[in-house]
Design a protein around this ligand. Structure first.
Ligand SMILES: [Zn+2]
Length: 128
């Protein structure tokens, strides 16, 4: 799988596997969420990458909604004691937030690379 084979395809798989958005080989992260300075395979400089709060926002909104919905259904249907809620939802909230965070950050960086997204910059008139 190379960029040359499908230049217009979105690098979604590479992002979800936390691989370099250009070559798909080099690893993107050196810690849990810390980016490497550049790709160890093709040398792409990762300094362009800035996913900001994007991954956390998706995780909070989607994971939070799932867990709250499950907790509400469980309470309405079974009315278990509170320790059951704690035993169920505390581990689940860790799973639904920590597991997708890294693939989601990789995906957003891959999409940022693909669409050449960057901070807005002011253009001066008459300087073409
Ligand atoms: Zn690379």
């Amino acid at each position: 799988m190379t960029d040359h084979a499908s230049p217009g395809a979105l690098p979604i798989g590479r992002g979800l596997r936390s691989r370099c958005p250009r070559c798909g080989e080099g690893r993107l992260f050196q810690g849990f969420l810390t980016l490497r300075p550049k790709c160890e395979h093709c040398g792409l400089d990762f300094s362009f990458a800035d996913s900001g709060d994007g991954p956390a926002v998706f995780v909070i909104l989607i994971g939070g909604a799932l867990v709250v919905f499950a907790a509400l259904i469980t309470e309405v249907v079974y009315q278990p004691p509170y320790w059951v809620h704690a035993a169920l939802w505390l581990p689940l909230i860790l799973i639904v937030t920590l597991v997708p965070l890294r693939p989601l950050k990789g995906l957003l960086i891959a999409l940022q690379y693909h669409h050449k997204a960057a901070e807005g910059q002011l253009e001066r008139r008459g300087e073409e």
